[in-house]
Design a protein around this ligand. Sequence first.
Ligand SMILES: Nc1ncnc2c1ncn2[C@@H]1O[C@H](COP(=O)(O)OP(=O)(O)O)[C@@H](O)[C@H]1O
Ligand SMILES: Cc1ncsc1CCOP(=O)(O)O
Ligand SMILES: [Mg+2]
Length: 303
Amino acid sequence: MDDERTEAWWARRAWALLSAVRERSPLVQRITNLVSMDIAANALTAAGASPAMLHCLREIPDFTPRCDAVYINVGTLSEDWLPSMRAAASAGRPWVLDPVAAAASGFRMESCLELLVLRPAVVRGNASEILALAVGNPSPPPGLPPPFPLPRRRRRGSPERRAAAGDGGGEDLGVDSSHDSGEALQAAKVLAQSSGAVIAVSGALDFITDGEQVISASNAVAMMQKITATGCAVTALIAAFVGADPSDALDAAACALAIFGLAGEIGMESAKGPASLRMHLIDALYGLDEQTVTSGVKIALVL
Ligand SMILES: Nc1ncnc2c1ncn2[C@@H]1O[C@H](COP(=O)(O)OP(=O)(O)O)[C@@H](O)[C@H]1O
Ligand SMILES: Cc1ncsc1CCOP(=O)(O)O
Ligand SMILES: [Mg+2]
Protein backbone atom coordinates (compact mmCIF):
# COMPACT_ATOMS: atom_id res chain seq x y z
CA MET A 1 0.00 0.00 0.00
CA ASP A 2 1.38 3.45 -0.82
CA ASP A 3 1.74 6.27 1.67
CA GLU A 4 -0.85 8.35 -0.16
CA ARG A 5 -3.69 6.62 1.64
CA THR A 6 -4.54 9.53 3.90
CA GLU A 7 -7.91 10.23 5.47
CA ALA A 8 -8.69 12.46 2.47
CA TRP A 9 -7.75 9.68 0.05
CA TRP A 10 -10.14 7.28 1.78
CA ALA A 11 -12.89 9.90 1.74
CA ARG A 12 -12.54 10.26 -2.04
CA ARG A 13 -12.33 6.49 -2.48
CA ALA A 14 -15.52 5.93 -0.47
CA TRP A 15 -17.40 8.50 -2.55
CA ALA A 16 -16.02 7.04 -5.80
CA LEU A 17 -17.16 3.54 -4.84
CA LEU A 18 -20.63 4.66 -3.75
CA SER A 19 -20.89 6.62 -7.02
CA ALA A 20 -19.86 3.49 -8.95
CA VAL A 21 -22.65 1.53 -7.24
CA ARG A 22 -25.17 4.23 -8.15
CA GLU A 23 -23.97 4.47 -11.77
CA ARG A 24 -23.53 0.76 -12.50
CA SER A 25 -26.31 -0.60 -10.29
CA PRO A 26 -24.54 -3.96 -9.83
CA LEU A 27 -26.75 -7.03 -9.91
CA VAL A 28 -26.13 -8.88 -6.64
CA GLN A 29 -27.45 -12.42 -6.25
CA ARG A 30 -28.20 -13.13 -2.60
CA ILE A 31 -28.58 -16.57 -1.09
CA THR A 32 -29.36 -15.42 2.37
CA ASN A 33 -31.22 -16.05 5.57
CA LEU A 34 -34.94 -15.54 5.91
CA VAL A 35 -34.47 -12.83 8.56
CA SER A 36 -32.30 -10.46 6.51
CA MET A 37 -33.99 -10.75 3.12
CA ASP A 38 -35.99 -7.56 3.51
CA ILE A 39 -33.59 -5.20 5.29
CA ALA A 40 -30.59 -6.14 3.15
CA ALA A 41 -32.55 -5.88 -0.11
CA ASN A 42 -33.79 -2.44 0.94
CA ALA A 43 -30.29 -1.33 1.95
CA LEU A 44 -28.91 -2.45 -1.42
CA THR A 45 -31.68 -0.78 -3.37
CA ALA A 46 -31.26 2.46 -1.38
CA ALA A 47 -27.53 2.41 -2.12
CA GLY A 48 -28.21 2.04 -5.85
CA ALA A 49 -27.55 -1.68 -6.36
CA SER A 50 -29.91 -4.30 -7.75
CA PRO A 51 -30.48 -7.21 -5.34
CA ALA A 52 -32.02 -10.52 -6.40
CA MET A 53 -32.82 -13.42 -4.07
CA LEU A 54 -32.42 -16.69 -5.94
CA HIS A 55 -31.56 -19.93 -4.21
CA CYS A 56 -32.95 -22.61 -6.53
CA LEU A 57 -30.10 -24.84 -7.74
CA ARG A 58 -31.64 -25.17 -11.19
CA GLU A 59 -31.59 -21.41 -11.77
CA ILE A 60 -27.95 -20.87 -10.87
CA PRO A 61 -26.30 -21.90 -14.19
CA ASP A 62 -28.47 -19.40 -16.08
CA PHE A 63 -28.49 -16.58 -13.60
CA THR A 64 -25.34 -16.42 -11.49
CA PRO A 65 -22.77 -15.96 -14.30
CA ARG A 66 -24.65 -12.81 -15.33
CA CYS A 67 -24.42 -11.25 -11.87
CA ASP A 68 -21.86 -8.65 -10.87
CA ALA A 69 -21.42 -10.22 -7.43
CA VAL A 70 -22.80 -13.02 -5.28
CA TYR A 71 -23.63 -12.82 -1.58
CA ILE A 72 -23.89 -15.98 0.51
CA ASN A 73 -25.14 -15.93 4.09
CA VAL A 74 -25.56 -19.07 6.22
CA GLY A 75 -27.90 -17.51 8.79
CA THR A 76 -30.78 -19.93 8.18
CA LEU A 77 -28.70 -22.66 6.56
CA SER A 78 -30.43 -25.82 5.42
CA GLU A 79 -29.23 -28.95 3.65
CA ASP A 80 -31.41 -27.97 0.69
CA TRP A 81 -29.67 -24.62 0.21
CA LEU A 82 -26.06 -25.73 0.63
CA PRO A 83 -25.71 -27.15 -2.93
CA SER A 84 -26.99 -23.83 -4.31
CA MET A 85 -24.45 -21.97 -2.18
CA ARG A 86 -21.65 -24.19 -3.50
CA ALA A 87 -22.79 -23.73 -7.10
CA ALA A 88 -23.19 -19.95 -6.83
CA ALA A 89 -19.79 -19.60 -5.15
CA SER A 90 -18.24 -21.61 -7.97
CA ALA A 91 -19.84 -19.67 -10.83
CA GLY A 92 -16.84 -17.45 -11.45
CA ARG A 93 -18.26 -14.24 -10.06
CA PRO A 94 -16.74 -12.29 -7.15
CA TRP A 95 -18.54 -13.37 -4.02
CA VAL A 96 -18.85 -12.46 -0.36
CA LEU A 97 -19.56 -14.70 2.64
CA ASP A 98 -21.40 -13.86 5.87
CA PRO A 99 -20.73 -16.72 8.33
CA VAL A 100 -23.65 -15.99 10.68
CA ALA A 101 -23.30 -17.89 13.97
CA ALA A 102 -20.53 -20.04 12.48
CA ALA A 103 -20.10 -21.95 15.75
CA ALA A 104 -23.78 -22.76 16.21
CA SER A 105 -23.40 -26.34 14.97
CA GLY A 106 -20.91 -28.72 13.41
CA PHE A 107 -22.88 -28.65 10.15
CA ARG A 108 -22.74 -24.87 9.98
CA MET A 109 -19.01 -24.74 10.75
CA GLU A 110 -18.24 -27.45 8.17
CA SER A 111 -20.35 -25.63 5.59
CA CYS A 112 -18.60 -22.31 6.25
CA LEU A 113 -15.17 -23.93 5.99
CA GLU A 114 -16.18 -25.70 2.78
CA LEU A 115 -17.40 -22.42 1.30
CA LEU A 116 -14.22 -20.67 2.41
CA VAL A 117 -12.23 -23.02 0.15
CA LEU A 118 -14.25 -21.65 -2.80
CA ARG A 119 -12.35 -18.35 -2.47
CA PRO A 120 -14.72 -15.60 -1.39
CA ALA A 121 -13.39 -12.12 -2.13
CA VAL A 122 -14.51 -10.98 1.33
CA VAL A 123 -15.75 -12.63 4.53
CA ARG A 124 -17.53 -10.25 6.93
CA GLY A 125 -18.52 -11.42 10.37
CA ASN A 126 -18.74 -10.19 13.91
CA ALA A 127 -15.80 -10.90 16.24
CA SER A 128 -17.17 -14.18 17.63
CA GLU A 129 -17.84 -15.50 14.11
CA ILE A 130 -14.36 -14.63 12.82
CA LEU A 131 -12.72 -16.14 15.92
CA ALA A 132 -14.76 -19.34 15.51
CA LEU A 133 -13.86 -19.65 11.81
CA ALA A 134 -10.17 -19.07 12.47
CA VAL A 135 -10.10 -21.71 15.18
CA GLY A 136 -12.19 -24.12 13.09
CA ASN A 137 -9.97 -23.66 10.05
CA PRO A 138 -7.81 -26.80 9.80
CA SER A 139 -4.97 -25.21 7.81
CA PRO A 140 -3.57 -22.04 9.35
CA PRO A 141 -0.57 -20.77 7.37
CA PRO A 142 2.87 -21.80 8.65
CA GLY A 143 4.86 -19.23 10.58
CA LEU A 144 1.89 -17.29 11.93
CA PRO A 145 1.01 -17.37 15.60
CA PRO A 146 -2.43 -18.94 16.00
CA PRO A 147 -5.24 -16.81 17.39
CA PHE A 148 -5.03 -18.70 20.71
CA PRO A 149 -5.75 -18.53 23.54
CA LEU A 150 -9.27 -17.61 22.66
CA PRO A 151 -10.43 -14.47 24.46
CA ARG A 152 -13.04 -15.13 27.11
CA ARG A 153 -16.61 -14.71 25.98
CA ARG A 154 -18.34 -11.58 27.21
CA ARG A 155 -21.82 -12.44 28.46
CA ARG A 156 -24.69 -10.30 27.21
CA GLY A 157 -27.10 -8.38 29.44
CA SER A 158 -26.57 -6.97 32.92
CA PRO A 159 -25.20 -9.30 35.64
CA GLU A 160 -28.58 -8.99 37.42
CA ARG A 161 -30.56 -10.05 34.34
CA ARG A 162 -28.18 -12.92 33.67
CA ALA A 163 -28.42 -14.14 37.27
CA ALA A 164 -32.22 -13.92 37.11
CA ALA A 165 -32.14 -15.98 33.90
CA GLY A 166 -29.97 -18.62 35.58
CA ASP A 167 -27.00 -17.85 33.32
CA GLY A 168 -24.10 -19.88 34.61
CA GLY A 169 -21.74 -18.72 31.83
CA GLY A 170 -22.23 -21.57 29.34
CA GLU A 171 -21.61 -21.50 25.56
CA ASP A 172 -23.04 -18.62 23.59
CA LEU A 173 -24.10 -19.87 20.18
CA GLY A 174 -26.32 -17.03 18.96
CA VAL A 175 -25.96 -14.59 16.07
CA ASP A 176 -24.61 -11.71 18.21
CA SER A 177 -20.99 -11.25 19.14
CA SER A 178 -19.69 -11.92 22.62
CA HIS A 179 -16.27 -10.51 21.77
CA ASP A 180 -14.96 -7.09 20.77
CA SER A 181 -13.61 -6.66 17.25
CA GLY A 182 -10.06 -6.04 18.48
CA GLU A 183 -10.03 -9.48 20.11
CA ALA A 184 -10.53 -11.04 16.67
CA LEU A 185 -7.91 -9.02 14.81
CA GLN A 186 -5.15 -11.62 15.00
CA ALA A 187 -7.65 -14.33 14.04
CA ALA A 188 -8.77 -12.22 11.08
CA LYS A 189 -5.19 -11.87 9.83
CA VAL A 190 -4.58 -15.61 10.15
CA LEU A 191 -7.84 -16.37 8.37
CA ALA A 192 -7.07 -13.89 5.58
CA GLN A 193 -3.67 -15.48 4.98
CA SER A 194 -5.01 -19.03 4.99
CA SER A 195 -8.10 -18.35 2.86
CA GLY A 196 -6.87 -15.61 0.51
CA ALA A 197 -10.00 -13.62 1.33
CA VAL A 198 -10.24 -10.14 2.75
CA ILE A 199 -11.59 -10.56 6.28
CA ALA A 200 -13.78 -7.85 7.80
CA VAL A 201 -14.59 -7.93 11.53
CA SER A 202 -17.44 -5.61 12.50
CA GLY A 203 -17.94 -3.98 15.88
CA ALA A 204 -17.59 -0.58 17.50
CA LEU A 205 -14.45 -0.37 15.40
CA ASP A 206 -14.55 -2.37 12.16
CA PHE A 207 -11.28 -3.99 11.07
CA ILE A 208 -10.59 -5.05 7.50
CA THR A 209 -7.50 -7.05 6.57
CA ASP A 210 -5.97 -8.96 3.69
CA GLY A 211 -3.57 -10.64 6.09
CA GLU A 212 -0.95 -7.91 5.76
CA GLN A 213 -2.59 -4.51 5.84
CA VAL A 214 -5.18 -3.65 8.47
CA ILE A 215 -7.72 -0.88 7.87
CA SER A 216 -10.15 0.45 10.46
CA ALA A 217 -13.57 1.99 9.84
CA SER A 218 -15.02 3.78 12.83
CA ASN A 219 -18.41 5.06 11.73
CA ALA A 220 -21.67 3.53 13.10
CA VAL A 221 -23.69 3.76 16.32
CA ALA A 222 -24.21 1.10 18.99
CA MET A 223 -28.00 1.10 18.40
CA MET A 224 -27.33 -0.65 15.08
CA GLN A 225 -26.77 -3.85 17.06
CA LYS A 226 -30.38 -3.63 18.25
CA ILE A 227 -31.72 -3.99 14.71
CA THR A 228 -31.70 -7.56 13.54
CA ALA A 229 -29.68 -8.27 10.41
CA THR A 230 -27.69 -5.04 10.19
CA GLY A 231 -24.59 -7.26 9.92
CA CYS A 232 -26.20 -9.15 7.04
CA ALA A 233 -27.13 -5.84 5.39
CA VAL A 234 -23.61 -4.41 5.60
CA THR A 235 -22.16 -7.62 4.16
CA ALA A 236 -24.63 -7.28 1.28
CA LEU A 237 -23.43 -3.70 0.77
CA ILE A 238 -19.85 -4.98 0.64
CA ALA A 239 -20.95 -7.37 -2.13
CA ALA A 240 -22.48 -4.44 -4.04
CA PHE A 241 -19.25 -2.45 -3.72
CA VAL A 242 -17.21 -5.45 -4.91
CA GLY A 243 -19.64 -5.90 -7.81
CA ALA A 244 -19.36 -2.26 -8.85
CA ASP A 245 -15.54 -2.31 -8.70
CA PRO A 246 -13.95 -5.75 -8.26
CA SER A 247 -10.40 -4.32 -8.51
CA ASP A 248 -9.76 -4.06 -4.76
CA ALA A 249 -11.84 -6.01 -2.25
CA LEU A 250 -10.02 -4.46 0.73
CA ASP A 251 -11.07 -0.95 -0.32
CA ALA A 252 -14.59 -2.11 -1.15
CA ALA A 253 -15.10 -3.73 2.26
CA ALA A 254 -13.64 -0.78 4.21
CA CYS A 255 -15.64 1.82 2.28
CA ALA A 256 -18.92 -0.14 2.46
CA LEU A 257 -18.57 -0.58 6.24
CA ALA A 258 -17.79 3.12 6.73
CA ILE A 259 -20.66 4.25 4.50
CA PHE A 260 -23.15 1.94 6.18
CA GLY A 261 -21.95 3.19 9.58
CA LEU A 262 -22.22 6.80 8.42
CA ALA A 263 -25.82 6.17 7.33
CA GLY A 264 -26.42 4.78 10.83
CA GLU A 265 -24.95 7.90 12.43
CA ILE A 266 -27.14 10.19 10.30
CA GLY A 267 -30.18 7.97 10.84
CA MET A 268 -29.65 8.09 14.60
CA GLU A 269 -30.13 11.87 14.57
CA SER A 270 -33.84 11.30 13.79
CA ALA A 271 -34.39 7.88 15.36
CA LYS A 272 -36.23 7.13 18.60
CA GLY A 273 -35.12 3.50 18.85
CA PRO A 274 -34.20 0.47 16.73
CA ALA A 275 -37.34 0.41 14.59
CA SER A 276 -37.09 4.04 13.51
CA LEU A 277 -33.31 3.77 13.15
CA ARG A 278 -33.86 0.97 10.63
CA MET A 279 -36.02 3.31 8.55
CA HIS A 280 -33.81 6.39 8.94
CA LEU A 281 -30.63 4.42 8.19
CA ILE A 282 -32.06 3.29 4.86
CA ASP A 283 -33.22 6.84 4.09
CA ALA A 284 -29.77 8.19 4.98
CA LEU A 285 -28.05 5.65 2.73
CA TYR A 286 -30.27 6.75 -0.13
CA GLY A 287 -29.61 10.45 0.49
CA LEU A 288 -25.83 10.45 0.97
CA ASP A 289 -24.12 13.17 -1.08
CA GLU A 290 -20.48 13.88 -1.84
CA GLN A 291 -19.99 16.46 0.92
CA THR A 292 -21.56 14.22 3.57
CA VAL A 293 -19.52 11.17 2.54
CA THR A 294 -16.18 12.90 2.13
CA SER A 295 -16.47 14.78 5.42
CA GLY A 296 -18.09 11.91 7.34
CA VAL A 297 -16.33 8.62 6.66
CA LYS A 298 -13.67 7.62 9.15
CA ILE A 299 -11.30 5.12 7.57
CA ALA A 300 -7.64 4.73 8.52
CA LEU A 301 -4.69 2.49 7.90
CA VAL A 302 -3.89 0.75 11.20
CA LEU A 303 -0.90 -1.39 10.14
N1 LIG B 1 -20.60 -1.46 19.62
C1 LIG B 1 -20.87 -0.92 18.42
N2 LIG B 1 -20.88 0.42 18.27
C2 LIG B 1 -21.15 0.99 17.08
N3 LIG B 1 -21.45 0.27 15.96
C3 LIG B 1 -21.45 -1.07 16.05
C4 LIG B 1 -21.16 -1.74 17.28
N4 LIG B 1 -21.23 -3.08 17.05
C5 LIG B 1 -21.56 -3.23 15.76
N5 LIG B 1 -21.68 -2.03 15.15
C6 LIG B 1 -22.04 -1.81 13.73
O1 LIG B 1 -23.23 -2.54 13.49
C7 LIG B 1 -23.20 -3.13 12.18
C8 LIG B 1 -23.42 -4.64 12.32
O2 LIG B 1 -22.28 -5.19 12.93
P1 LIG B 1 -22.35 -6.40 13.97
O3 LIG B 1 -23.40 -6.12 15.00
O4 LIG B 1 -20.96 -6.60 14.47
O5 LIG B 1 -22.75 -7.59 13.02
P2 LIG B 1 -23.71 -8.82 13.26
O6 LIG B 1 -25.10 -8.22 13.15
O7 LIG B 1 -23.40 -9.76 12.17
O8 LIG B 1 -23.41 -9.35 14.63
C9 LIG B 1 -21.87 -2.74 11.58
O9 LIG B 1 -22.08 -1.64 10.72
C10 LIG B 1 -21.01 -2.34 12.77
O10 LIG B 1 -20.06 -1.35 12.42
C1 LIG C 1 -31.58 -13.71 14.07
C2 LIG C 1 -31.09 -14.57 12.97
N1 LIG C 1 -31.24 -15.93 13.02
C3 LIG C 1 -30.73 -16.53 11.95
S1 LIG C 1 -30.08 -15.45 10.83
C4 LIG C 1 -30.46 -14.14 11.82
C5 LIG C 1 -30.13 -12.75 11.46
C6 LIG C 1 -28.73 -12.45 11.82
O1 LIG C 1 -28.38 -11.14 11.40
P1 LIG C 1 -27.05 -10.46 11.82
O2 LIG C 1 -25.93 -11.42 11.60
O3 LIG C 1 -26.93 -9.28 10.94
O4 LIG C 1 -27.19 -10.10 13.27
MG1 LIG D 1 -24.09 -11.52 11.53
